[in-house]
Design a binder for this molecule. Structure first.
Ligand SMILES: Cc1cc2nc3c(=O)[nH]c(=O)nc-3n(C[C@H](O)[C@H](O)[C@H](O)COP(=O)(O)O)c2cc1C
Ligand SMILES: [Mn+2]
Length: 534
């Protein structure tokens, strides 16, 4: 049973577009699988040539052969793959997000779905090599990670006071045939739900969903406000409701067309060490005390496809998947909530830094107080957002750090145009304390770490001379000749022609015009009239 919005329909679309690599030779999920996909992020392969991977013959270090294939990088190895998953053009993605957030569509309950084709409960979960051990969960960072971790695992829980659902993508450390650790960064909605259960003295029902319709995954990784059900946001992204079925052993509903669901309960009174695990801040995240799920059921499709994200050092699938929703949300916040329509675009810088640290905003004719308000607004969006925030004018290509550094170099005086704000949250980032030691020492990781941020106003404060490149028509004509000559194909890099920045006048304009007409002697004669004795 398939559905046009489910993961396997998406994989077919990727395949049809030549964006899926099927690997049929045996691949060791513990040592080979993620490193192989990693090469497309840690090499000079252009972004648009990255692919999704489907491993059809998965083994492990003990030589075990798994029945089920593993897909990695199929949701967001690059923006084009993300757009396939959203079932729209890449250019339509920001509007889809805007639409989904303002018009979420509630999920609907249905009687049955393929995710219940296989149901394992009770003793069946403990049989050797069955249960969690039958699922080919890869090791993301072989040599550093201490276990296989689920990475594309959407934890569904409910607020016990309101009944409102939350879907958050958090990793799961596979700790035994019936136990999955759950790591939460500060402020995650799963933690808020668990805190409520602890206060009431009740366990928390949870379901870990893997491989639902891609729209659900795109919603599960985005920070939407607390109390907004990410399944309704996913419905908004698709323009139709997500069908749900009731779990077999807990009071949770899950997407009927998911590949796999792990049901269970979290006892709010206990924590266990979890980690280390390779993180998107580009370092190994240390062991911390975290809650864990005690598994009560595993349900999946008969021919389940296991889905994994590739994260760690950015760029990665994790940064691509967040960037495409995060940027429209940050822009919407500054323009609509803060009310600054002079901000016209934002770039959350991705390579190495992950998305939250370095943010460039493009502003159209702002007043200087508007620039400072926009810069500080960025740093209030979410915890840890905006360590280096740079405002530039509308002529700067904010996706090109060379151009941004050009603006900083000439349009910004550090003693006047930079501000350091103190007392900011460090967010999801090192440094961490020593990872060994006793439990008490590890608890120190939870101390409130503070950081600061740097705001950089690199907008023009005064008219500047034009950019020193030939005017647009000359560059365009030259490009035609370039092509005529059969020279290698080039893609323009902005700025590729000169333009005025306010400091130019009609006399200089006329002189340049005379020059291109070969009449520069007229200018020479004119200037001779203005000679002065020194
Ligand atoms: C690949 C990937 C892995 C992630 N892993 C975690 C994780 O282990 N723990 C966590 O707290 N957030 C993790 N996140 C970030 C959360 O998915 C994100 O903050 C989301 O907004 C959480 O949902 P919530 O806002 O409902 O809590 C991950 C994101 C991605 C893309
Ligand atoms: Mn949430």
């Amino acid at each position: 049973m398939t559905d046009p919005n489910d993961l396997r329909a998406h994989l077919e679309r990727l395949d049809a577009e030549g964006r899926l690599v099927r690997v049929t030779r045996p691949i060791n999920k513990d040592t080979e699988l993620h490193p192989l996909v990693r090469w497309q992020f840690r090499s000079d392969l252009p972004e648009n040539q990255r692919k999704g991977f489907l491993f059809e013959n998965v083994i492990d270090s003990s030589g075990k052969r798994y029945q089920h294939p593993v897909a990695v990088g199929v949701l967001a190895s690059n923006p084009a793959i993300y757009a396939v998953g959203m079932q729209c053009e890449l250019s339509e993605v920001p509007a889809r997000w805007k639409q989904a957030l303002s018009n979420p569509i509630e999920a609907v309950l249905v009687d049955s779905g393929p995710v219940h084709e296989v149901v394992l409960t009770g003793d069946a979960l403990d049989a050797a090599g069955e249960g969690l051990d039958a699922i080919p969960i890869p090791i993301s960072t072989p040599g550093f990670d201490n276990a296989p971790y689920s990475t594309c695992s959407h934890w569904i829980t409910k607020d016990i006071d309101t009944g409102i659902r939350n879907v958050g993508n958090y990793r799961g450390q596979i700790k035994g045939s019936r136990k999955v650790g759950c790591y939460n960064q500060g402020g995650q909605h799963f933690t808020l739900h668990l805190d409520k259960c602890r206060k009431k003295g009740v366990p928390m029902d949870a379901a870990l969903v893997i491989g639902p319709p891609p729209a659900v995954s795109y919603a599960a990784v985005q920070k939407v406000p607390y109390g907004v059900d990410e399944l309704a946001v996913a419905g908004g992204l698709l323009g139709e409701p997500i069908p749900l079925v009731r779990c077999k052993t807990v009071d949770i509903e899950v997407p009927a067309y998911a590949e796999l669901v792990i049901e269970g309960r979290v006892n709010p009174d206990w924590l266990e060490p979890e980690g280390p695990f390779g993180e998107s801040h580009g370092h190994m995240h240390p062991r911390e005390l975290s809650p864990f799920l005690e598994v009560t059921a595993i349900t999946h499709r008969k021919d389940m496809i296991y889905l994994s994200f590739i994260s760690q050092v950015t760029p990665s699938e994790s940064s691509v998947i967040k960037k495409l929703g995060y940027e429209p949300m940050l822009l919407g916040f500054i323009r609509d909530s803060v009310g600054l329509s002079s901000v016209v675009a934002v770039n959350m810088h991705e390579p190495m830094t992950n998305l939250r640290k370095v943010i460039v905003i493009k502003m159209k004719n702002p007043s200087q107080p508007e620039v400072w308000r926009a810069l500080s607004a960025v740093t209030t969006f979410h915890q840890g957002v905006g360590k280096l925030v740079i405002a530039v004018d509308a002529d700067i290509d904010i996706t090109d750090m060379d151009a941004v550094l050009w603006a900083i170099s000439y349009r910004c005086k550090p003693h006047e145009d930079m501000q350091i704000l103190h007392g900011r949250e460090k967010g999801h980032a090192p440094p961490f304390h020593y990872m060994g030691g006793t439990t008490e020492e590890r608890v120190q990781y939870h101390e409130e770490a503070t950081d600061s941020c740097l705001l950089v106003n690199a907008t023009l404060k005064t008219p500047f001379p034009p950019v020193s490149l030939p005017k647009q028509p000359y560059m365009e004509r030259a490009l035609e000749i370039w092509k005529e000559l059969g020279l290698p194909e080039v893609r323009p890099k902005y700025p590729w022609y000169g333009y005025s920045l306010g400091q130019w006048d009609t006399e200089l304009e006329e002189e340049a015009e005379l020059a291109v007409q070969g009449k520069h002697h007229l200018t020479g004669d004119k200037l001779a009239q203005r000679k002065v004795k020194v």
